[in-house]
Write a protein that binds this ligand. Sequence first.
Ligand code: NAD
Ligand code: GLY
Length: 377
Amino acid sequence: MNTGSNTTNVEKLRVELGERSYDILLGSGLLSHGADYIKPLLQSPRVVVITDTNVAPHHLAPLMASLKNANIDATSLTLPAGEESKGFAMLQELIESLLELKIERTTTLIALGGGVIGDLVGFAAAITLRGVPFIQIPTTLLSQVDSSVGGKTGINSRFGKNLVGAFYQPRLVLGDIATLDTLPRREILSGYGEVVKYGLISDAGFFDWLVANGRAIIDGNVEARIKAVLTSCKAKAEIVAKDERESGVRALLNLGHTFGHALESETGYSDKLLHGEAVAIGSVMAFDLSQRTGHCSMDDFQKVRNHFKDIGLAVGISEIMQSDWTAKRLLEHMSRDKKVKDGKIAFVLARAIGDAFITSDISNETVNGMIEDYLTN
Ligand code: NAD
Ligand code: GLY
């Protein structure tokens, strides 16, 4: 593999899924050598790169130059940035643009962007011409540690987030840490919420390492960022290999998401609350619920809360709350979550930092009482 002067070593992880297995390649400066990694996987020398208006000015040109230098027929489409693009209207527009370009079943789609582009392009790849290959090039911390890995693709509907989609695995995930240099600090912090999640679920040592190194990750230390992304991807790849379609252990990855999605829904999936920020508050609430129900210690709950707070993430809802919010309304959002079974909300709780578990045995009254506390404090 080409390693240019600004390129670090390339770390490689395998997501083991039988015939749908693929590599995650991770390093700094990979984008301008993108074709070296992509070309060997192509079924025909034709790709369409789909990106957004914030990513394109920084990262599209080096990738396109690399693809063209390698004699790959590469076209690009740039979509409006933002969560609003992850809906039926943009899905239709994207698919019709692809059909207009007369893509074939061997044409590979490349998603260059954050989780919005990755989820949308992945879903378009799953259903256009009944399935075309796709590659993820995640450019946010959140997408590098979570959304680009594991094959969950989809869009939002007016009934909620990610309610329409498919499990559809990419052929490759190419993570270039250097792309994070252009990401606004708030987006880095939001992605960090998902990084901490892996420590909280199953790796207390990683959580301790994050307490010591979180600031370096946020501030742009390349080695710390590579270690954080690599450890997160390893954890996710292991879980996905065991349970690709979330019939069991994969649901642990939803730590913080049941509360988080309710908050995102109330704030309209807007800039008021980013996804990772919602996951951070949701994780604090999950540990709070764990200690209130006697599953985990007050000490562990405080450690989680303090770490998010120290790093600069919100740990309560006072800053985002609107006057008409009620515990009942937030609970209603939770009971519309797609993980609800037989009317019971499944919560990811923890016995300790690094020891998460799934339960549907928490009464609505207990959850209601806790949310009331968050609404009044
Ligand atoms: P995003 O894609 O909206 O990116 C955040 C912002 O950063 C956008 O404005 C984007 O244009 C900009 N951006 C992206 N890369 C940049 C770069 N390198 N430099 C400058 N700006 C850049 O959001 P996200 O946080 O990456 O992802 C959130 C989405 O991911 C949500 O829709 C969420 O539901 C989804 N998600 C999916 C999964 C999954 O498993 N599929 C997991 C977690 C989250
Ligand atoms: N982000 C949760 C999952 O991929 O399962």
